[in-house]
Each structure stands twice: as structure tokens, then as C-alpha cells.
Design a protein around this ligand. Structure first.
Ligand code: PAF
Length: 291
């Protein structure tokens, strides 16, 4: 099995994408489609589901691996973020990725943090944005750079980061990026815990306690036909029983606007939970239909 071509600078990945498009054309694929899966590495089955979907929608699959300092707050430990490039590339070889873009910080930010940033408006400063100030500015800025560098036809994100997905979709719409955003469902462990690169930081007790996030979403789904307030109360009650879980927020938003809904709201809504479990911050979300 030959692995993906790994490029670590901008000219090299642009050349590799050009060559891959030309190779596809030589095989008779007119207008080959390129898909980009942006990641911060420490890959797990959730990322591989993105690669699998990318294979379905494109002829050439590019995965970027870059731990983006711009999206980490001062209190967040950028240095502790897992970096596992070698095993990531091995997983991507099995998953059938064609190209990996793994730049250094110097390649992405040669003059230090960018002066020009992309802000996401009011949605970017609530929920995750309220707990992690500047986070989405960092995410949108690096995603914009990656889209300019790779020039894909499709870009793929996991639904676990629902607010990130909403904001990237808004950026792509507002700024006319010529790319389709594909969203892939969250992959879960057998006990319901959403897969995340952060899960590897959970100790054994915290790993068991972390199931409570999915439990809260299930409690919310069961109460949804009784309205917003009852749904929030049910989720919060289900989290009370777990002393290792410190709830940051449980929120219900209108999927079209990402604004919190009030008790009179009826219809599909996204329920979101964020909590620190034994020192590790986790998020999860699901769709419910409020009655
Ligand atoms: O979801 C992530 O892993 C990151 O936020 C992303 C999209 C790769 C940008 O750094």
C-alpha cells in the first residue's frame, strides 16, 4: 500500500494538488474534484469517516494536519495538544487519502499571528465563543487560509463541532468561497461518547463519567415534546448525578440562526452541551424536535 504524499509547505501542496488533478485527467476523469478534510491531527474514527465521505464526493482527497495556535486561548494548553503525525499518516494511508498537508507554524504564520482575521459575528461570541474567546476567529482564519492554499471543490467537517460548522458555512456563503461544505455525522463509541482527539486525555474514571454528556442529550430528546424549559431541566438533572462533570453550558438553538430558542419554540432544534470532565473540556450536540 502506498501512502499519501505528505507536503509541508504551500508550494509543495499546491504542486501536489495540480499534479493529482492532471493525473486524474490522464485517467480520463474530466474536471476531477478535490476534497479537503481539515484536521488538527490525533486522528480517530471520526476523522476517518470524513475521509471516507471525501472519497465518495471527490476524486482527490487532501487531509490537512495543523494544530492551529490562533484558535487556542491563553488559558488553553496548546503545547499539550496531541501531535501524532506518523501514526496519523499511517491511518490516512489505510483510509485512502491522496495528499496530506502538514505545515509548521512558520509555514502558516511566517510573520507571526495574522493581523487580518475573519470574525464570525454575534454567533462566534456565544456558547463555545463565550468560553473560548477568539476561538472562532482563529478557526475561520485558518480554514480560510487552508481553502486558499488547497483550492478544494468540497471541504468536510464533523457535526460534533456544530457551531464551527454553522460559522464556516456562513463564511463560505458571505465571502463567496467556491467550495461546497459537507457535514458528516458524529461517530460515537459504543457507550455513546462522541469521538474526539481530547478523549485520549481522559483518565479511566473521567472516561466513564464522560458518558454523561451523551446521557444529557438522550434525556433532552426524551423531554423534547414537553418544550424548551422541560428539555433543559431534564438534561441538567441528568448531569447532576455525575460529580466529575462540571457543566459549562447546555443550550438549545434554532439550527437556522444558531440563536437560543425560547419556551414557545416548536420544531427541530439543536441541543448543545459543553462540560469539563476530570479537567478535559468536551462538547457534544444532537437534533431534537421540540413539541
Ligand atoms: O475542527 C478542527 O479540528 C479545527 O477547528 C480545524 C477545522 C481543523 C481548524 O483548525
Amino acid at each position: 500500500m502506498t501512502g499519501p504524499v505528505v507536503a509541508s509547505d504551500i508550494d509543495a501542496i499546491r504542486d501536489a494538488v495540480r499534479t493529482a488533478r492532471a493525473d486524474a485527467a490522464a485517467r480520463g476523469v474530466a474536471d476531477a474534484r478535490v476534497a479537503l478534510v481539515p484536521t488538527m491531527g490525533a486522528l480517530h474514527a471520526g476523522h476517518l469517516a470524513l475521509v471516507q465521505r471525501a472519497r465518495e464526493v471527490a476524486d482527490v482527497v487532501v487531509v490537512s494536519i495543523f494544530v492551529n495556535p490562533l484558535q487556542f486561548g491563553q488559558a488553553e494548553d496548546l503545547a499539550a495538544y496531541p501531535r501524532t503525525l506518523e501514526s496519523d499518516v499511517a491511518l490516512l494511508a489505510e483510509a485512502g487519502a491522496d495528499l496530506v498537508f502538514a505545515p509548521t507554524e512558520q509555514v502558516m504564520y511566517p510573520n507571526g499571528p495574522t493581523v487580518v482575521r475573519i470574525t464570525g459575528g454575534p454567533v462566534a461570541s456565544q456558547l463555545e465563543g463565550a468560553s473560548r474567546r477568539g476561538h472562532f476567529e482563529g478557526v475561520l482564519t485558518v480554514v480560510a487560509k487552508l481553502l486558499h492554499i488547497v483550492g478544494p471543490d468540497a471541504v468536510l467537517f464533523g457535526r460534533k463541532d456544530a457551531q464551527q460548522v454553522f460559522l464556516v458555512q456562513q463564511m463560505v456563503r458571505d465571502l463567496d468561497f467556491p467550495v461546497t461544505v459537507e457535514v458528516v455525522d458524529t461517530v460515537r463509541d459504543t457507550d455513546g461518547l462522541a469521538l474526539s482527539s481530547r478523549n485520549r486525555r481522559l483518565g479511566p474514571e473521567a472516561r466513564i463519567a464522560a458518558r454523561a454528556l451523551h446521557g444529557a442529550l438522550e434525556a433532552a430528546a426524551s423531554a423534547a415534546d414537553r418544550g424548551v424549559d422541560a428539555t433543559i431541566a431534564a438534561a441538567q438533572a441528568s448531569l447532576m448525578g455525575e460529580p466529575l462533570v462540571a457543566l459549562d453550558y447546555f443550550a438549545i438553538v434554532d439550527p437556522g440562526t444558531f440563536q437560543p430558542v425560547d419556551d414557545g419554540y416548536r420544531g427541530p432544534a439543536r441541543v448543545l452541551v459543553a462540560a469539563t470532565v476530570g479537567g478535559t473540556r468536551l462538547i457534544d450536540n444532537d437534533t431534537v424536535v421540540l413539541g
